[in-house]
Design a protein around this ligand. Sequence first.
Ligand code: MN
Ligand code: MN
Length: 296
Amino acid sequence: MSRRRHSWIPLLIALVIALAWYGYRSGWFSPRTTSVPATVTAGSPDAERAAQTYESPHLALGTPVDATPEDDHIIIKPQFVLSYKGEIVSPAWVAWRIDTSSYGAVPRYTGKFRIDTDLPAGLPRATHDDYTGSGYDRGHLCRSLDRTDTAENNLATFLMSNIIPQTHDLNGGPWLKLEDYCASLARDSGKTVWIIAGGRYTPDAARIGANRVAVPVSSWKVVAILDRGIDPARIESKNGIRLIAIDMPNTRGIIRHDWKRYRLSVDEIEARTGYDFFGRLPLALQDELEARVDSL
Ligand code: MN
Ligand code: MN
């Protein structure tokens, strides 16, 4: 009788173990938000060590590091990595990797954009409604069309931590054309493409919505395109590597513009944004490739 009464105990133990294992596999116990150590200086060995801390396929070519990393809240997601700045109520940058596996048949999510609950507590955060009636589009950084393999991955691009205010003429004009071009390289040409994008802000930036989201004066993007088969961790030559960098004004009247007219060198985007990009490329290669303006 007593053996019968306690026959549920092994079952309970098995359940707890199964739940703990599931939780471990799902990352319940690993911290998902990492702030860059406050003391590192861009370009220093400490900065490089800090950059190496973030293990994500989206950052395989390096984590963007600037001179004031103490206000960068880096959040690593399966779909992309973002660096959030409370000052602008927006991501400072979003980094993501695309290849042919990024594309599928999942339709675009159609609900309201979502608040990112992964953001550190106490930071101001944008809502869908902050943009409503503002005259600005909710401009995706990692775009919806680059995450069409699963509904979960597509939904992640609709987090407001992946969004900055863009004029419709930018969002639906040269910005879109470069997005389409990068997607065609990844989806149809077998390239692996790493993209980092953000906005450029002035101290007197316009603000929209109840949460006072800052409006950038421009949107920048740096792109690294690698031929199939190149291991990003073992790059020794410039063969099979192409970099594209652009900075596009957040204005009206540019919807028909070609993306190519906004090309600059990566060095110029580094100067304008204060970030060092592609820090894991060998230094001599960075110097050579980042000084060039793409002309294909
Ligand atoms: Mn867009
Ligand atoms: Mn660099």
